[in-house]
Design a protein around this ligand. Structure first.
Ligand code: BJW
Ligand code: ZN
Length: 231
C-alpha cells in the first residue's frame, strides 16, 4: 500500500506548538502580513527574526506526541511490506523526524535551518538568528521557511508522490493555505481515496471520502491500527 500523508499544525498542537487559525492561534494573535511575507522581512528583519527566534526556543523544549510516533511506525511497517508512506508536512518543526520518521518533505521549510538570500546557502541553525551572518558571503541570514507569495519546496516530488498513491490522508490542517489545500482535489482527480483526520471539519472537509474527528494523539494511532489491520 502506498499512502500520502499531509500533516499540518494540528498534529503538533498537543506537543505545545501553536496552530495558526484556532481561537488562540498564531495568526489570531499576530498579523501574518507583518511576519510571514518576504516584504515584511525586507521592512523589519529584526521583528521577523524575533518571532521565529521565540518559536525556535519553544521547539527546542517540545517533544513528539503519539500522532508523530504512530506515523513513524506506519512508515516503517509499510516499508517492511514493500509499501510506502510519503510524509509531507506543512510544519516547520522537526517532531516527525524526532519520532523516527524518514525522508520527511517539509514543503514550508524548517525552523532549525537558515538561508542566505544572497548566495542561497542553507545551514543548520538551532539558536537565535537575529544578527547572524552567512559564513560563505557575509550576508544576513533569514529563516528557511516559506512565506506567503513564495514557492513551496519540493513540489515536483510532491505531485509525483500524489499521483502514485493509493490513499491521501490530511491530518491536522485547516485546508486554507494553497497549494497544500488543493492536494485533496488533485488526489480525487487521480481517482485516489481521500481521508481527513482533524479536530474539526476543515475548510474543504466535503472533498474527502472519509472524515475522522478528534485529537490527533488519539485519532492517528487508531487510524494507523485500522490501516495495518486492513480495515
Ligand atoms: C487539531 C488539533 C489536534 C488543532 N488534533 N487537529 C487566494 C486563493 C488561493 C490561493 C491564494 C490566494 N491568495 C494568495 C494565495 C496563495 C497563498 C494562500 O494560500 N493564501 C491563503 C491564505 C488564501 N499561498 C502561498 O502564498 C503559498 N505559495 C504559493 O502558493 O506559491 C505559488 C505556487 C503554488 C504551487 C506550486 C508552485 C508555486 C505559500 C504558503 C506559505 C504558508 N506559510 C505559512 C508560514 C510558514 C512558516 C511558519 O510556520 O511560520 O505556513 S502560513 C501557515 O499556514 C504555515 C502553515 O504551514 C500553513 C497551514 O496551516 P495549517 O497547518 O493548516 O494550520 P491551521 O492553524 O490553519 O490549522 C490547524 C488545524 O488543526 C485546524 O483545522 C484545527 O482544527 C486542527 N487541530 N488541534 C488534531 N490536537
Ligand atoms: Zn551567503
Amino acid at each position: 500500500m502506498n499512502i500520502f500523508v499531509l500533516t499540518g499544525a494540528g498534529v503538533s498542537a498537543e506537543s505545545g506548538l501553536g496552530t495558526f487559525r484556532d481561537t488562540s492561534g498564531l495568526w489570531t494573535r499576530f498579523d501574518p502580513a507583518k511576519l510571514a511575507t518576504p516584504e515584511a522581512f525586507k521592512r523589519d528583519p529584526a521583528q521577523v527574526n524575533a518571532f521565529y527566534d521565540a518559536r525556535r526556543a519553544n521547539l527546542r523544549g517540545a517533544q513528539p506526541n503519539a500522532a508523530h510516533f504512530a506515523l513513524a511506525d506506519l512508515q516503517r511497517r509499510l516499508a517492511e511490506t514493500g509499501g510506502r508512506l510519503f510524509l509531507c508536512t506543512q510544519n516547520i518543526d522537526d517532531l516527525h523526524e524526532r519520532a523516527g520518521a524518514q525522508h520527511v518533505v517539509h514543503m514550508h521549510g524548517e525552523l532549525f535551518k537558515a538561508r542566505c538570500p544572497g548566495c542561497e546557502a542553507v545551514v543548520d541553525w538551532r539558536d537565535d538568528l537575529s544578527g547572524a551572518r552567512c559564513a560563505d558571503c557575509g550576508g544576513g541570514l533569514r529563516p528557511h521557511v516559506v512565506w506567503f507569495g513564495e514557492t513551496p519546496l519540493e513540489m515536483d516530488a510532491i505531485y509525483d508522490a500524489l499521483e502514485e498513491a493509493d490513499l491521501f490522508v490530511a491530518i491536522g490542517t485547516s485546508g486554507s493555505v494553497y497549494p497544500a489545500a488543493g492536494f485533496v482535489s488533485e488526489a480525487r482527480r487521480a481517482g485516489i481515496r481521500t481521508c481527513e483526520i482533524n479536530l474539526d471539519p476543515s475548510d474543504n472537509a466535503r472533498a474527502f471520502d472519509e472524515r475522522r474527528y478528534g485529537v490527533a494523539s488519539e485519532m492517528v494511532p487508531a487510524w494507523v491500527e485500522d490501516v495495518l489491520g486492513g480495515r
